[in-house]
Design a protein. Structure first.
Length: 202
């Protein structure tokens, strides 16, 4: 497991993009996939509309913070990832769905119509699945192969905060799953990144 460089949680460092790109390359994500992620808005999308890292580049900052926390928790909990770089891959890609959720107007983030929000009805639609599920599917779209434990962790990363399917999937994996440590560590890392590292970071 690699040690990720330290990161100033209050500000998105100017070199964060290059740090993430070099980290992605070091864990086997291809130049082609990285280019596709850049084009999709990985480094400009927010992590949320109103909450943690709700700003341009917030998704990249949150994903980086989460990867760091997941590496730390994996050591503490004795996680047995299928590959040593699993926590980095999960951390950097767990919220990939957000590249498709938000569009920057120049003054604010709005939800995009296609795929997730219907502007005509004002209702949320999810034709392809749930938050974690769609993030996993998008990994495939960006030609990034996930191991089984990584896919399970991305699917379950919302824990009991996910919708009914994700909450049940999380619960089943924590109580009876082969990757209970990894799934639990993933959810905890996301919560620590959101509610500790990024508290007040807009």
């Amino acid at each position: 497991m690699k040690n990720l460089p330290t990161c100033d949680y209050g500000l998105c460092p100017p070199d964060l993009r290059e740090t993430i790109i070099s980290t992605m390359k070091s864990v086997g994500i291809s130049d082609r996939s990285i280019g596709m992620l850049i084009d999709a808005g990985y480094f400009t999308a927010p992590a949320a509309r109103r909450h943690h890292c709700a700003r341009l580049g917030g998704l990249a900052l949150h994903s980086y913070n989460m990867a760091k926390r997941l590496c730390e928790l994996s050591r503490v909990l004795g996680c047995q990832w299928e590959r040593p770089d699993g926590p980095i891959i999960v951390g950097l890609l767990h919220d990939l769905v957000k590249v498709a959720c938000y569009r920057w107007t120049g003054t604010e983030f709005i939800f995009q119509k296609v795929g997730f929000f219907d502007e005509d009805s004002g209702k949320k639609i999810k034709p392809s699945g749930n938050h974690g599920v769609v993030s996993g599917i998008l990994c495939n779209h960006f030609d990034i192969d996930l191991r089984d434990d990584e896919a399970a962790c991305i699917t379950a990363h919302m824990g009991s905060y996910g919708d009914e399917f994700e909450a049940e999937f999380y619960d089943r994996n924590v109580h009876r799953g082969a990757w209970y440590r990894e799934v639990l560590a993933t959810h905890m890392a996301d919560m620590i990144a959101c509610h500790v590292d990024e508290r007040g970071v807009r």
